[in-house]
Ligand binder design. Structure first.
Ligand code: GLA
Length: 713
């Protein structure tokens, strides 16, 4: 496993437990892709196929599957790299010039050395390096690249992608999501043959629409079929291009969007792209999700909080909105503690003149009318109730009606002779500016130092527009989208360094910041403002294909639901939220004694099983897109698990659903608790015959627990 090089054929092979990725240097010293799929042992079997042009219109370069297709020569397909030299030349001619294996003294021996392939331009002093690493046990490959200017004259990158993936097949389909505020993660699948499809964000953050990943297959299902997938670890403007080539292969190029982007390289400057994680599953989507989930749990999530089990939180936003004060928060805290919440989060409204969304953003100082003695009395109260305290912030933004803006109008992005557009009454701070960054760091650091805050919900309620950044060198101003996301992540990272152990939640008007780019800096995602339990079944299913369950914060809120006006029983709402990291966001002042009992009971069940949910493998047993019933299960080490079964709407005499569990050991006996029964059943029975559950009434739901009982001899 790891990396094998067949020097005689200039062939490079990346190998994990089940998967292999092969490329070679061809006769023109170009890097040609050879293979991606199940493992093949003998590297000598890969034949030296020479790709010829088909006609003067169909060049050999367009027919070749390449590892990094750049703008240059007879290439008409989408390129992964494009730039311009100071003398006006825009054409590149990169040639292979050697490789090295870099030993990172990795923390984990299951990550291979890094293979670095070096390409040099025939004439200009430009060096491009392609990097590859293998997560052997996970069957995941990591790719990125760098561009370095070794000459005295500047080089301007106009596009640089993290990686290019080729699939030696056509007539394929790509899956992604297309969402909007309150309706994130709307799944779709489209044919790619003969076309080029882009998933992109031009907003300065990844946004609610497409998501920075791809899933490509022909006829895959949950447990069958070949699936190629990739996730881009980037928090800003991204672009994923899927191209169905007319020559019988399919390609994907993934990286930073080239929309309004450049990166200037002065002498000796190097630019490194974000990381792209790719994989291949021969057994459908389920395995893909397991591998990505483990990638987060074992490698990508912030190291110092990685092993923390996510607490049950209560957030007071929907109960009190901007109308927060010490007294009403203390009252809610008491109620939250009484049902078993472990973390109390005060949302918007606690700072500056923040009485609505019209004012106050930027003034990160506790409002003295609402909290005359600061936050301390509330935090002490929350702590005395055995809960941690969390707080909402939206640091990148400012309301024109704020002290910050009145004093520093020049802190926002803006162009000359253009009036800035407002969205939710706010403007975007130019955090690439040193003084703005320092102001925000100072205020937030002070907030976290002076108060016992253990959780920060970091919001972003509008996207970037009129991105004039005159602090940047004139020829570098189109780097701003990239620099914004870099400054945002640096700010979080600097705060984390000063306040280790504090959890950060990535929110952007709901799920506008769900991406692998923020995973190394955050502990939770706010997946959607839409908390309607039925809508959530769909949102959460699509989310779970790619993103980790341990990051899927899901609140139980009140009915009729604010967004859909739908009324759904509380038990069902709880069960839907318990399939992720549980939160409660309803107005507890209005909950009846019976509601509080349902809450208490489910929170205590959740605490028993959350380790399995947050750390186990997720199985999508029945999709809500396919049936009135839906079901998911979570299994840890094949020995313990839990399943949630939902019925959206009842049809007469159709209350029975058969649930076939997955991921168990055929020969083991499991204790199974469901429908008020307790049974001893074999793993083979549970997986092949399954159990029958009876769900009655619209929005009914049920939990099944199962585990191998230790034999006492
Ligand atoms: C956004 C978030 C909400 C809430 C409000 C507060 O809309 O998504 O959860 O925090 O801001 O203004």
């Amino acid at each position: 496993m790891g990396i094998r090089v067949l020097a005689s054929k200039k062939l490079f092979s990346l190998e994990s437990k089940e998967t292999q990725y092969v490329f070679k240097v061809d006769e023109n010293e170009n890097l040609a892709h050879v293979y991606f799929g199940n493992k093949i042992n003998n590297l000598g079997d890969f034949e030296d196929e020479r790709v010829m042009e088909l006609s003067s219109n169909d060049s050999a370069l367009d027919l070749t599957m390449e590892e990094m297709s750049y703008f240059g020569g007879l290439r008409f397909k989408e390129c992964a790299l494009k730039g311009s030299f100071a003398d006006g030349t825009r054409d590149l001619k990169l040639r292979y010039s050697g490789y090295s294996l870099i030993n990172h003294s990795p923390l984990d021996s299951s990550i291979s050395k890094t293979l670095c392939i070096m390409l040099k331009d025939e004439y200009y002093p430009i060096v491009v390096k392609l990097y590859y690493r293998v997560y052997e046990e996970l069957d995941i490959f990591e790719r990125w690249c760098s561009v370095k200017n070794m000459g005295g004259e500047k080089y301007t990158i106009e596009k640089v992608s993290s990686g290019e993936i080729n699939i030696n097949d056509d007539e394929l389909y790509v899956t992604n999501v297309c969402g909007y505020w309150g309706g994130e993660q709307q799944l779709f699948r489209k044919p790619i043959s003969g076309a080029s499809i882009n998933f992109e964000s031009r907003r300065g953050a990844t946004g609610h629409n497409n998501s920075p990943y791809f899933i490509i297959d022909k006829d895959a299902k949950e447990d069958s079929g070949e699936v190629y997938f990739g996730v881009l670890a980037y928090a800003g403007n991204f672009k994923i291009t899927c191209e169905g080539m007319p020559y019988g292969y399919t390609r994907v190029i993934a990286g930073i969007s080239d929309f309004d982007f450049i990166k200037v390289l002065d002498f000796n400057e190097e630019f490194e792209t974000p990381r792209l994680f790719i994989g291949f599953s021969k057994d459908g989507y389920g395995k893909m999700s397991h591998r990505l989930n483990k990638l987060t749990l074992n490698y990508l999530s912030p190291m110092e909080t990685r092993d923390d089990i996510k607490k049950v939180l209560y957030n007071s936003w929907e109960a009190t909105t901007f109308d927060v004060n010490c007294k009403n928060q203390m009252e809610l805290a008491e109620k939250a503690a009484s049902i078993g919440a472990e973390l109390f989060v005060i949302d918007d409204g606690w700072f500056g003149e923040r009485n609505s969304d019209k004012a106050g953003l930027g003034d990160w100082i506790v409002n003295p009318c609402k909290f005359p003695e600061g936050l301390t009395p509330l935090i002490e109260k929350v702590n005395s109730l055995n809960m941690d305290f969390g707080i909402w912030v939206e640091p990148e933004m400012v309301n024109p009606d704020s002290d910050l803006y009145r004093e520093h109008e020049d802190y926002v992005y803006s162009f000359c002779n253009r009036k800035n557009s407002l969205a939710r009454n706010q403007l975007v701070l130019n955090i690439t500016k040193k003084e703005v960054y320092e102001y925000l760091f100072m205020r937030l650091d002070e907030l976290l130092t002076n108060n016992n805050i253990k959780y920060v919900k970091w919001d972003m309620n509008r996207h970037l527009s009129e991105v004039g950044a005159f602090n940047l060198r004139e020829d570098r101003r189109r780097e701003v989208f990239h620099l914004h996301q870099e400054a945002f992540l640096n700010l979080v990272s600097d705060l984390r360094e000063n306040h280790p152990g504090v959890h950060f939640e990535a929110c952007a008007s709901g799920g506008g910041r769900v991406s692998y780019g923020v995973i190394p800096y955050f502990d939770d995602f706010w997946v959607s403002d839409n908390t309607d339990a039925l809508d959530r079944l769909f949102i959460q299913e699509a989310y779970s294909l790619i993103y980790p369950v341990s990051y899927m914060r899901s609140w139980v809120t009140d009915c009729p639901n604010f967004y859909t006006k739908r009324t759904i029983p509380l038990e069902f709402r709880f069960h839907v939220s318990m399939t992720g990291t549980l939160g409660i966001g309803g107005n507890l002042n209005k909950w009846t004694t019976e509601d509080m009992e349902i809450a208490k009971n489910n929170i205590s069940i959740y605490k028993e099983i959350r380790n399995i949910i947050q750390r186990g493998d997720l199985y999508r047993l029945i999709s809500p897109r396919e049936s009135e019933f839906s079901a998911v299960s979570y299994v840890i080490e094949k020995t313990q698990g839990v399943a949630f079964v939902f019925l959206k709407s009842q049809r007469y005499a159709r209350e029975k659903v058969n649930i076939k569990l997955k991921g168990l050991q055929e020969e083991k006996r499991y204790k199974v608790l469901y429908d008020g029964k307790e049974e001893q059943l074999g793993g083979d029975y549970l997986m092949h015959h399954g159990i029958n559950l009876h769900l009655r009434g619209d929005y009914s739901s049920s939990i099944v627990k199962f585990y191998v009982e230790e034999r006492k001899n």
